[in-house]
Design a protein around this ligand. Structure first.
Ligand code: PXP
Length: 244
């Protein structure tokens, strides 16, 4: 059975919208860990638009937490990662102007670069996962780079507009998982997975872990809305009664 890794970036997105100290992504991480998720993922972006360095350090200090740090292969972030030593880093491409990670890494075009980076992390005891599209050339290059794992980008599957397109994209992901497993890679998958589209991906054999963030945070906001409104109504009512 695939395990669930929870990405808490968008708890921090809400916090950063007002520069408050709530909601705290670390509290969300603790809630998820209590439920038995296999890891907490945070993406420390160069522009710090959601997760901040102190969030990563606080997640690192949580008991029984496997921390997966998602990051660009940029020297500033590499240095922070080597200092924090997460349980895994997932390397992703990153552009400042993008809303979210838009596609997989081009490992095939830079095998030497990624091999050296994988070695640099592994020398410090940090295994590397490479976020790539379900493309055979990228999978073979990832295995060549010495990375322990890959994360297959399910973004194109998730964004499919028709059932036929979804079926075709799913087939690509299945083939990618089979190829990667045969090459000895641990296989994770994620991006754009929701309650509506997760089942076919979760049913693929040998997918070790699914990394899911935006849809879980979105669902949490809606599911928790009634309680939050009701609590505020009660507080207002008791304050009015206290005045009378
Ligand atoms: N995996 C990677 C590499 C990502 O960049 C993201 C988004 O931060 C996710 C998984 C989670 O995607 P989503 O937030 O769409 O569930």
């Amino acid at each position: 059975m695939a395990k669930l890794g929870v990405n808490v970036d968008h708890i921090a997105t809400l916090r950063q919208a007002r520069l408050t100290d709530y909601p705290d992504p670390v509290i969300a991480a603790q809630i998820a860990l209590k439920l038995g998720v296999s890891c907490i993922t945070v993406h420390l972006r160069e522009d710090r638009r959601h997760i901040r360095e102190d969030d990563v350090r606080r997640v690192r200090e949580l008991a029984n937490c496997r921390l997966n740090l998602e990051m660009a292969a940029e020297e500033e972030i590499i240095k922070i990662a080597l200092d924090i030593k997460p349980d895994q880093v997932t390397l992703v491409p990153e552009k400042r102007e993008e809303l979210t990670t838009e596609g997989g890494l081009n490992v095939a075009g830079r095998v030497e670069f990624f091999s050296a980076l994988v070695k640099r992390f592994e020398n410090e005891g940090v295994p590397v996962s490479l976020f790539i599209d379900p493309d055979p050339a990228q999978i073979k290059a990832s295995a060549e780079s010495g990375a322990e794992a890959i994360e297959i980008n399910t973004g194109q599957y998730s964004e499919s507009k028709t059932e036929q397109e979804a079926a075709e994209r799913l087939e690509e992901v299945k083939k990618a998982v089979a190829l990667a497993t045969g090459l000895g890679l641990t296989v994770h998958a994620g991006h754009g997975l929701t309650e509506q589209n997760v089942a076919p991906i979760a049913a693929i054999p040998n997918v070790d872990e699914l990394n899911i963030g935006h849809s879980i945070v979105s669902e949490a906001v809606i599911v928790g809305f009634a309680q939050a409104v009701s609590t505020m109504m009660q507080l207002i009512a008791s304050a009015s009664l206290a005045v009378k």
